[in-house]
Write a new protein. Structure first.
Length: 172
């Protein structure tokens, strides 16, 4: 689905379309510092494969894919997926592309904007994220905006061939 614009104080969320796939965005996805702890690691990305991913999200009636925008600049992405009214849940994942933008409160603001949108506009009662147990920065960013650790799933992530536990975090 085409995501709606969501305005926040310092960052806003805008729909991510195929024409937004820049070389910079593709570089983020091939940077182990960005994707090592996510499901986007372990594979090589190209402009074509990323455009295919964006198209698949636009065609998916249970997904919203946003650009995170600060001062007019695309600095990362946040995605709601598996939006399921019958179970009352959806999933959230995000990246902030440049190291200089991480650890400055932007990620937690983007999580809060997307989560509040899901809870107030999409008819779900809870939002969940699966986070690598090694991704302390992400766990802290989610905690900061009200997510709680729900359970630990052994070996959920594959960290370059090594199984790593996943932490299922939920905000209701
Ligand atoms: C995870 C991510 C989205 C968080 O966004 P962010 O803008 O860096 O997060 P924030 O600045 O809002 O919050 C970061 C928290 O981690 C802490 N932190 C910062 N650097 C850290 C580090 N190197 N190690 C551990 N914690 C760190 C901050 O102090 C803050 O915690 P606090 O609120 O308890 O003080 C971002 O770091 C990122 O894109 N990482 C790579 C991709 C990724 O892991 N995505 C998550 C998949 S679910």
């Amino acid at each position: 689905m085409l995501a709606p614009v969501v305005e926040g104080e310092c960052v806003s969320l805008h729909p991510l379309r195929t024409e937004d796939v820049s070389q910079r965005y593709v570089r983020w996805l091939n940077d182990p510092r960005v994707v090592a702890h996510t499901m986007a690691g372990n594979v090589e990305h190209s402009a074509e494969s990323v455009r295919d991913y964006v198209r698949a999200n636009l065609d998916d009636p249970a997904a919203y894919l946003w650009r995170i925008v600060r001062c007019g600049e695309h600095i990362g992405n946040v995605r709601l997926s598996n939006i399921d009214i019958s179970s009352g849940r959806c999933e959230l994942a995000l990246i902030i592309g440049e190291a200089s933008d991480r650890g400055r409160g932007i990620g937690s603001q983007a999580i809060a904007l997307a989560t509040d949108h899901a809870l107030s506009m999409l008819g779900v009662r809870s939002v969940w994220a699966m986070i690598s147990a090694r991704n302390e920065q992400s766990i802290r960013a989610f905690r900061r905006v009200g997510y709680e650790e729900n359970k630990r799933i052994a070996g959920y992530f594959n960290h370059y061939g090594e199984p790593v536990d996943g932490i299922w975090m939920v905000r209701a």
